[in-house]
Design a protein around this ligand. Sequence first.
Ligand code: F6R
Ligand code: MG
Ligand code: MG
Length: 413
Amino acid sequence: MRFSTLWSLSISFFPYQNRVLMKNLNAMHNGFTLGIYVAKKVTISLIKCDVGSLAGHHVVPKPLFDIAEKKLEKAQDEGIINNFFVFNAGDDLELLMAHENGEQNSDIHKLAWETFKEAANKALQLKLYAAGQDLLKDAFSGNVRGMGPGVAEMEIEERASDPIVVFAADKTSAGSFNYPLFRMFADPMNTAGLVIDPSMLCGFKFEVIDTVEDKSAVIQCPTEMYELLSLIGTVGRYAISRVWRASDDLICASSSVSKLSLIAGKYVGKDDPVMITRGQHGLPAIGEILAPFMHSYFVQGWMRGSHWGPLMPVGLKNSKCTAFDGPPRIVALGFQMANGKISCDDDGKPLIADMFDDPAFSIARHEAVHNGMMLRRMGEFEPARLSAEDMEYTTIQTVLAKMEKRFTPLDKS
Ligand code: F6R
Ligand code: MG
Ligand code: MG
């Protein structure tokens, strides 16, 4: 174990009255001894970047995966990370890492940055499309936030059994997670546990970021549910970045809220978001976390980051954008944390559940195609295209500036 490894010892008194259940739990989870639980602090970092893709902005090809896997394997051997899983959401390369360095750690961010740099160089050699698209700065400055890549991180004290689901979406933006996060953690019509589980009656707290004015507020549900909705319904401006259980501030969701357009000052691709959620045992069940995606809903993004489009939940095999550069897609990967690592099989391979690779989401996929076709029939007419305000950082501004010169004042006589 490295010197910097953080362990914290906390004595937890089991909430269970049921002795048999306690005994089973003790047998199941070797972190428990005589009611004393050694809680390990571990950080889950999901860092993503569009470093270039195959056939336009379609999909991350294998040579880029190979580079990322090699690089992270080396970091694992060196003890920088505990383990990892590399995947893609359309044209975004996604690095899922478990480590003990805490959030916003410069070693971890540097590792991600260098991995993306190497993959971008390979993309350049292969003449893949938009090589290095999201690497907006030349030199690494200690934290990838504000440099192009998207980041969701969550430091947790591992529970006896800690089920996690990470989400990654392509051709959309941070506010797209407002709707499902509200359904998961605030809507009793989605999450039965808010009504049925006494440990969830306390509700949840939401950190909302105002991405335009760079400020945040913490809002508690159910008491301030309507106030929360008044903000997060404006998905182009407000984005939920964190969720905690109100009774004990247990962290249960963390999402990326970067706005690439605002970083670069012009349209440079959409800030395709990532999110980490934690479920079960006093939190929404994994099934409640996934339930909001049984229907498709509209998000900002799609073609040229300038249109409303239906979000389509897909398995990894369909994590690639095609029609009108979409429809916007989302993947969900489930796993368990085990002693600081993503739980692995006997060969050390992370056990990953591809949650949306399931017929339960086929109606949502069908809806996405159907509703997407309806929007596409409208072409460049609002509401298929984003509002003028939301188009502010897109290339349409150059076209509008040119057209501005063609206008002459109306004759008021
Ligand atoms: C959206 C996206 C694509 C591109 C579109 C035009 O995030 O990346 O929809 O905006 O394919 O791309 P360029 O301007 O590179 O031809
Ligand atoms: Mg791209
Ligand atoms: Mg993308």
